[in-house]
Design a protein around this ligand. Sequence first.
Ligand code: FAD
Length: 307
Amino acid sequence: MEKLIIIGSGPAGLTAAIYAARGGLNPLVVSGREAGGQLMLTTDVDDYPGFEEGIQGPDLMVKMRKQAERFATRFINEDVVSVDFSRRPFVVKTESLILNSNSLILSTGASAMWLGLASEQRLIGKGVSSCAVCDGFFFKDKNVIVVGGGDSAMREAAYLSKLCKKVTVVHRRDKLRAQVALQELVKSKKNVDFIWNSVIEEILGQEKVSGVKLKNTQTGEISQMQIDGVFIAIGHKPNTDFLKGQLDLDEKGYVVVENETHTKIPGVFVAGDMADYHYRQAVTAAGMGCKSAMDVEEYLENQKFGV
Ligand SMILES: Cc1cc2nc3c(=O)[nH]c(=O)nc-3n(C[C@H](O)[C@H](O)[C@H](O)COP(=O)(O)OP(=O)(O)OC[C@H]3O[C@@H](n4cnc5c(N)ncnc54)[C@H](O)[C@@H]3O)c2cc1C
């Protein structure tokens, strides 16, 4: 029987673990098969405070995990397959174990959607990104492509237009899906242009991105374009499938949060990108992880004294 199980080991889950462990809750982290979360996919992280020269994403996550282990946090390196919130204690099933806990912090993050090209996967962190706020600065005064036609793509393009020499939005249709106001904002930028009815067939470059091969979806014509960076902005998917039927999720699958980190179920708290589709930064996920651990402490204390 656990006092606290934390599900997920990205910045949110590991920060929650550090605070909960130091608060005497002896947390158990079910880290997930992709332990360390999204930052394991990237190279330079330049915006996480405390690292004046920047830090590699995987190195940052190893440091966070070691910090949690220093306060005796325990880890199970498996995925959670299901949860039962209708019973007390809560029941958490992993791939090989059935666990019980008085409280839970959910921090399973979200996954960026990718095009699915081998060249794209090989070049993530080497010119291919899914986050303009995180990586835009590396492309200051350079030429980049944004792939997509929805709100996220327009937000990424608007952000990059302030840093980059030129931003080209590549969209597979001849119309954008984004809200009209966002479309207008991006279309008003002098350094943004659009390539319609086109998809990326291949991202070119060995050690870093040097260009793309484009295919026109109407004519089938293939062309090449030199480019320094490619931002894929076709959406994110929260990792919440295992929560369906147990917790309120919004239409895109994000956990509905009440009052900072609380869910509708007392004792079940949430942190990071699985609940926050707006900020999606390591530091904001970590901040929410801290809040969730403090909220759990308060919840368990109140339970003990019947408050
Ligand atoms: C390529 C890339 C570059 C980025 N660069 C930056 C940057 O420079 N600066 C910045 O601030 N942010 C950056 N981000 C965003 C940042 O990584 C995220 O905002 C942050 O990682 C979110 O933290 P999280 O803990 O909420 O979730 P995640 O990091 O997504 O971690 C989720 C965790 O939950 C686990 N999990 C998922 N499902 C289950 C399950 N069923 N059972 C158990 N565990 C599960 C996963 O294995 C993982 O450990 C980048 C993101 C990407 C993709």
